[in-house]
Design a protein around this ligand. Structure first.
Ligand SMILES: Nc1ncnc2c1ncn2[C@@H]1O[C@H](COP(=O)(O)OP(=O)(O)OP(=O)(O)O)[C@@H](O)[C@H]1O
Ligand SMILES: [Mg+2]
Length: 340
C-alpha cells in the first residue's frame, strides 16, 4: 500500500465523486489551532485560553475551576471563545444536516471513543460533543499524527494533507445491513459482513440477493470511477434493498479485512476462482459471535459514570465508600497513636 493510495481515500477526495450515492455531508477545513487543541493530551476539556493554567492552581476564588468535565454546562462557554469562527461554521453545518451528525476526520471516525459519550454513540449535536469524542480517540490521533504509518514507500515524501472535519447527517444504520467490499485491479473480489461479531439470520438467508445488489451497485457507480484500481469500499443496504456508499478505505493492512485475511485478498487466487462473482462471507452461527473489537479501548463503565456524574446512586455509593474508608483509616491512625 502506497502513500498515494491512502491519500486518495480521504473523504474530500471521494465524496465529490460519489456524492449522489452516499450520506449528505459537510467538509470543513480544520484550523491549525484546533488541531493543536485536539493533540494536546492534557486535560480532556480545559477552560481558559491555553493548557498552561491546568497546572496553575490559582487560589483566586473568582476564577473558574481549571478542569471542567464534559457534561458541565460551562464547558461550552469555556472552550467556544477559543475558536469562535470555527464554532459557528460547525453549528451552521450541524443545522444544515438536520441537527445531529456523525463526525470524522480525513479518514477515521472516533469509533474507539463512543463509550465516553453520554449517549454511548457517535451522534453529536454540538462541537463540544465532537471535541470530547475526538480527544478520547486513538483513531483520530492516528489520522493526525501518522496516517502513512504502514505504507511501503516510507522513503518517499508524505503527500500534503489538509486536515478536514467531516460532518455527516446522522443516519440510523442497522449493523446487519453493512458490508465491506474489496476491489483489486478494478474487480470486486470479496464482500464481508461488516459487523462480523454478530450473527444475522437475514444476511445468511439473503446472501445471494445482497451480493447481487452490491455487484450491481459496484458496476454501475463505483467501478473505474475511483482514482485507484485497488481499494475497499463500505456499503449499506437499506430496508428497501437500496445500496448506499458509506466509506472508502485503502487496500491494505490499515483497513480491517474482517472475515477475510489480507493474504488471501492480495493473492486473490483462491477466493475468486471458486465462483464467477465475488466471494461472500458472513457470520454463520451464534457460536462464532465475538465481543466488539472496540471493547479493549474502554475504561470501566463505573469510572465513566462516576466522572460524568451520570449515575447519581453510583456516585452516592462511591462517596459512602470513600467516607467509610476514611473513617477506618482515621481510626487506625488513632489506634496507632495511642500509647501502648
Ligand atoms: N452518517 C452516519 N450516521 C450514523 N452512523 C454512521 C454514519 N456513518 C457511519 N456510521 C456508522 O459508523 C461506522 C463507522 O463509520 P466509518 O466507516 O465512516 O468510520 P471509519 O473510521 O472509516 O471506520 P473504519 O476504520 O472501519 O474504516 C459505520 O460502520 C456505521 O455503522
Ligand atoms: Mg473507513
Amino acid at each position: 500500500m502506497k502513500k498515494e493510495q491512502v491519500a486518495n481515500c480521504q473523504f474530500s477526495v471521494w465524496y465529490p465523486i460519489f456524492k449522489k450515492h452516499t450520506i449528505k455531508s459537510v467538509i470543513l477545513p480544520l484550523p491549525q489551532n484546533v488541531i493543536e487543541y485536539l493533540l494536546d493530551d492534557g486535560t480532556l476539556v480545559v477552560s481558559g485560553s491555553g493548557h498552561d493554567n491546568v497546572h496553575n492552581n490559582n487560589s483566586n476564588s473568582d476564577e473558574e475551576e481549571d478542569i471542567q468535565w464534559s457534561d458541565d454546562e460551562t464547558t461550552t462557554t469555556a472552550t467556544a471563545p477559543e475558536f469562535p469562527e470555527f464554532t459557528s461554521k460547525v453549528l451552521e453545518a450541524i443545522n444544515a444536516l438536520g441537527g445531529r451528525v456523525f463526525p470524522k476526520l480525513n479518514w477515521s471516525a472516533p469509533r474507539d471513543a463512543n463509550w465516553i459519550a453520554l449517549n454511548s454513540s457517535l451522534q453529536c449535536d454540538s462541537l463540544r460533543d465532537i471535541f470530547l469524542l475526538f480527544k478520547s480517540s486513538d483513531f483520530i490521533t492516528h489520522d493526525l499524527t501518522q496516517p502513512f504509518l504502514q505504507c511501503s514507500d516510507q522513503d518517499s515524501p508524505d503527500p500534503v494533507i489538509n486536515y478536514e472535519l467531516v460532518l455527516r447527517k446522522w443516519s440510523e444504520l442497522i449493523p446487519g445491513g453493512e458490508f465491506r467490499c474489496f476491489v483489486r485491479e478494478n474487480k470486486l473480489i470479496a464482500i464481508s459482513q461488516r459487523d462480523y461479531t454478530q450473527y444475522y439470520h437475514h444476511v445468511l438467508k439473503q446472501e445471494e440477493q445482497v451480493s447481487h445488489a452490491i455487484q450491481e451497485f459496484f458496476s454501475q457507480h463505483v467501478q473505474y470511477n475511483f482514482p485507484d484500481e485497488d481499494f475497499v469500499f463500505d456499503v449499506y443496504r437499506d430496508s428497501e434493498g437500496r445500496v448506499w456508499l458509506i466509506d472508502l478505505n485503502p487496500f491494505g493492512a490499515l483497513t480491517d479485512s474482517l472475515l477475510f485475511s489480507w493474504e488471501e485478498l492480495r493473492s486473490g487466487g483462491e477466493i475468486s476462482q471458486q465462483q464467477e462473482g465475488p466471494a461472500f462471507r458472513c457470520t454463520t452461527s451464534e457460536v462464532t459471535v465475538q465481543p466488539s473489537p472496540c471493547l479493549s479501548y474502554r475504561i470501566p463503565r463505573d469510572f465513566v459514570d462516576l466522572s460524568t456524574g451520570e449515575d447519581a446512586y453510583k456516585l452516592m455509593d462511591f462517596l459512602k465508600l470513600k467516607k467509610s474508608q476514611q473513617e477506618a483509616s482515621e481510626e487506625e491512625e488513632e489506634e496507632g497513636n495511642a500509647p501502648k
